[in-house]
Structure formats: C-alpha cells, structure tokens
Write a protein that binds this ligand. Sequence first.
Ligand code: FAD
Length: 286
Amino acid sequence: MKPARFDYIAPKTLAAAVDALVASNGEGKLLAGGQSLLPLLNFRMARPSVLVDLNGIKELSFIEQRGNNVVIGALTRHFQIEHSPLIASELPVMSAAMRHVAHLAIRNRGTIGGSLSHADPAAELPMMAMFYGARLTVQGPAGRRTIAAKDFFVDALTNCLEPEDIVAEIEFPVLWHDGWAFEEVARRFGDFALASIAVSIKPGRSGLDEARVAVMGVADTPLRLENVEKQLCEIEVDGRTPDRFSEWVRSSVTPNSDLHASAEYRKHLLGELAKRAMQTALATKG
Ligand code: FAD
C-alpha cells in the first residue's frame, strides 16, 4: 500500500521543527530513520497531515562524554552507536546489545530517538535506557525539560510525550562494569527479542556492592528489576548464585502470551538467560 497524502517539511533547526509540529495542531508526525514509521504510513495505520523530517538537523547527531555521562543525540544512527569506541569503553552492555538490533540495513537508518519514541517493549535501546537510568532531554513549545527513562515508557508503543515534543538527546550515566552480560533470544537473529536480560555487577568483600538488572520482552515496557538488585547485594556470592538469581528474575515478571510465544515459555526462557548472564558476569568480574 501507499501512504495517505501528507505535506512534508524539512526544518534545519530543532526550534523550527517544534514550530512545525505546533502549526500542525496535533496532526504532524516526526520522521527520523523511518524504519518503524514508514510501514505504519504504508499500511495507513498512521495518517499524519504533515511529516516533519528531522534528518537535516545536524545538531541532533553526536555521541560525546560529559563528565560521568555519555550523551547521545536523538538522530544518532544505531550503526554509529554499535561502532562507537566511546560506547564500547563506557557503556559496554549497550555496545553488546546493539548487535541484536534488527539487520544492518535497518541499523544504518534507524535512530536512537526514533527507537525510544517508538517504545517497542522488545527493543534493545529502550531496555538500555532503563538499564542505565537514562535521562531524555525533550524540546517542546515551552523549552527544554528532562524526563527519566522510567517515566518515559508508559505502555507498549506508548511514551509520555506531548504531540509537539521532540527528543533532543539522551544522557546515559556511566556504570561500574566490573562484570556484565547481555543475553537475548529471538526467533531469528535480528528479530525483536522474545526475552532478554542485561546485568552488571560490582564485587565487594564477600558479596556484591552494586548490581543492575533490566529485562525486556516480558512486559508492556522494559523493566529494571530493583528488587532483584537489592536481593543480589544482600547475599554472599557462591556457586548457587546464578540459580538463585534465575529464580528471583523468573518470579519478578508476568509476561503476556502472544503469537510468538506463550507467557510460560517467555518466563522459562528469561530464567535460563538470567542464569547464563549471571554466570558470565561472575566469570568476567576480574
Ligand atoms: P522512525 O520510524 O522515523 O520513527 C518512529 C516513531 O518515533 C515515530 O512515531 C516518530 O514520529 C517518532 N520519533 C522519531 N524521532 C523522534 C524524536 N527525536 N522525538 C520524538 N519522536 C520521534 N528495533 C529494535 O530495537 N530491535 C530489533 O530487533 C528491531 N528489529 C526490526 C526489524 C525490522 C524488520 C524493522 C523494520 C525494524 C526493526 N526495529 C528493531 C526497529 C528499528 O530499530 C527502528 O529504527 C526504530 O524502532 C525506530 O527508529 P527510526 O529512527 O527508524 O524512527
């Protein structure tokens, strides 16, 4: 199918893009990489009166270190994140996750701002935003404001933005990464995940001083499992830790069944991935 008719605007600044959205009276749509939006237009599941193309706004494409954070512009492509030496050294879990995002052609065009805004519950970048406790800087008619990732993802394919808001950049705090792992299973490599888990641990004297755990594919949004992080930091680490961790993770989620997998299968799968992830994190903690 072909999209319904729309006007097309290609602003050169973020302020002009916000003005274009305001002028569209809620009928406008932003175009970033187009990898999720264009299928929706072609199937006429979205019928915006105007497309506001972000691709000419150069200020939105960058990856840079600011103090103890890595900040990524919303128009930065998946491919650039995947191959960034800064991301590899400072956000290694994200670097590992990027290899699971779709296929090369899609990673060449898809953007971090588009992926977060699309808010697919089985997409890697929304999960990474939860994992790292990212903060999104959003520009709207009243200026800029910051939204924590935990408040941004409201439901499956639903974020908290107003129709005139644009994600400008995303700030990722650098975590300890003494031992970490990213595990995912999809039906075919490059498909959306059936289940996935990210883990990072900081060893202490006999146990763990810090732990970070996030999962996806098992709820309507990606989840950070803070209860499990707390449990991990209260035990002595020994040979039983991966099994105990697996059980805690499994019992923390209540997935839905869909045409790709039953709820029981997703839960079982996540438990197995959790066990594997903890084994890897403990083995690499140095
Ligand atoms: P677009 O398609 O341009 O936009 C998506 C939505 O976000 C639109 O509503 C748009 O208006 C809005 N938007 C875009 N930019 C902004 C912004 N800066 N501020 C506010 N709103 C904005 N993704 C994965 O993570 N993992 C996968 O395994 C995966 N597999 C895929 C397989 C296929 C076959 C396809 C087609 C896509 C897949 N994707 C996957 C999705 C891909 O990563 C997309 O690139 C991404 O979800 C959307 O990014 P985009 O830049 O293309 O956004």
